[in-house]
Design a protein around this ligand. Structure first.
Ligand code: 2HG
Ligand code: ZN
Length: 449
């Protein structure tokens, strides 16, 4: 093992191979604090040649290699296994924007905020937006196919991808960074690597589409009694407004935690059982039309409207959920997809299950209503209750859903993959894995067990 660190030091220089526990500790635990790992060292390559060298050394010594971006993943996918090397992409920088094609070519370690700051200078931005935008890297977003809050309008990360540069597990460097909008010349490596969670290759750079920054946005925060009511409002809003780009929901438990942590006053009197947030973006938003829509809809108990910069004040209630939940415990995060018509029954089923069988567990349920992504966060899950996660995933499967909507499988959900993917399906994924990473060095224990 000392040989591996030595070999890396010879290739990278002593300072680039970090073993000092004061520095490595932040790479060993995930953002939630639930997943903890150990590693031989952390390396921080500055170019794809160094990445290739690291993959070679890992192959020669059969050492696990775990790629990590901003370490904002929520399923343990970037947490190392004992004896492994953490490869941090944080110094793989570089932003090159082509305004004619509306394409950005980016080092994998560029954060979403860095990309948007640069793109804004030319009136553009990345279509996918996520709350962890300050730390999340584009490489990590591609590796997990991040979905985020604008998926209903623009699609997820996969839909934005035009190219990729990657070092596969077998050491081959694949560079498809032309950034062409049309390219049907064979297998699309961007799509294959997108969502592969570090198991097929180390993503070193990506080419993505950009969209215009609209002149205006308008946000409504709406109090509702039931999730069925929220879904009826959403259906009507989708008919009414072509430029709807977010439909999010929250429930009282989560709003309560945000209120407790931030001591902010909820803008609509008493906390309602559920809240809906809708956002419209465009160059000519008629705020009055939104107000009239909300007044006329019988499921709206109360609503607050805000435009442009002031809209952040309403997003606050949704965006503070993840931080507030983590402040009050170490959550089990079951990010699931449910066909939208089944969300109300699913949430009721989970609430009743907890009430009857796990009275100490507290569920905070919120998410992206527009695309059926329900974030079930469980607090106070004792080790003796860990089967609860599996019980909920089995329910998700029985609703025709997916056990991961947007966070990935990581280490957290490996045992449950068979619930929604068939043996043939998983076997074919393994075949692909073995072809591209024959020594199985990349992120062992993630996605497959
Ligand atoms: C979000 O939608 C993220 O804010 C995090 O996907 C969700 O904390 C979560 O469970
Ligand atoms: Zn989400």
């Amino acid at each position: 093992m000392a040989d591996v660190v030595e070999a890396l030091r010879r290739s990278f220089g002593v300072g680039s191979v970090v073993t000092d526990p004061d520095i490595t500790s932040r790479y060993l635990t995930d953002w939630t604090g639930r997943f903890k790992g150990e590693a031989l060292c952390v390396i921080r390559p500055v170019n794809s040649w160094q990445v290739q060298r690291a993959v070679e050394i890992a192959n020669a010594s059969h050492t696990p290699l775990i790629t990590q971006g901003g370490n904002t993943g929520l399923v343990g996918g970037g947490t190392p296994v004992r004896g492994g090397i953490v490869l941090s992409t944080q110094f793989l920088k570089g932003i090159d924007i082509d305004v004619n094609s509306r394409v950005a070519k980016l080092g994998a370690g560029v954060t979403l905020s860095e990309l948007n700051t640069k793109a804004k200078e030319v009136g553009l931005r990345f279509a996918v937006d996520i709350t962890s935008r300050e730390s999340a890297t584009v490489g990590g977003m591609v590796a997990t196919n991040a979905g985020g809050i604008h998926l209903i309008r623009y699609g997820g990360t996969r839909q934005q991808l035009l190219g990729i540069e990657t070092v596969l597990g077998n050491g081959q460097l694949i560079a498809r960074m032309e950034g062409l909008h049309k390219d049907n010349s064979g297998y699309d490596w961007s799509s294959i690597l997108c969502g592969s969670e570090g198991t097929l290759g180390v993503i070193t750079a990506v080419a993505v589409k950009l969209i215009s920054v609209p002149l205006h946005r308008s946000v409504a925060l709406i109090a509702v009694d039931t999730l069925s009511g929220a879904i009826r409002i959403m259906r009507a809003a989708r008919r009414e407004f072509a430029n709807l780009d977010a439909v999010e929901f929250m429930s009282r438990n989560g709003l309560e935690l945000v209120q407790r942590l931030r001591t902010e006053k909820w803008p609509l009197g008493e906390l309602p059982p559920y809240a809906l947030l809708i956002e419209l973006e465009g160059d000519d938003i008629e705020v009055e039309d939104v107000a009239v829509f909300l007044e006329s809809h019988e499921d709206v108990l109360d609503a607050a409207l805000a435009s442009d910069a002031r809209a952040d004040g309403l997003w606050f209630w949704r965006e503070q959920h993840t931080v507030a939940i983590n402040h009050f415990g170490v959550p089990h995060k079951l990010d699931v997809s449910i066909p939208i018509g089944g969300i109300d029954s699913f949430v009721r089923y989970v609430s009743e299950l907890l009430e009857l069988e796990y009275p100490n567990v507290r569920a905070v349920i919120f998410g992206h209503l527009g695309d059926g992504n329900v974030h079930v966060n469980l607090l106070n899950v004792e080790e003796s209750n860990e089967e609860l996660d599996h019980e909920i995933f089995a329910t998700v499967a029985s609703f025709g859903g997916s056990i991961s909507a947007e966070h990935g499988i990581g280490r957290a959900k490996v045992d449950d993959l068979t619930l929604t993917r068939s043996p043939q399906d998983i076997e074919s994924m393994r075949t692909l894995k073995k072809a591209l990473d024959p020594a199985l060095i990349l992120n062992p224990g993630v996605l497959f067990n």
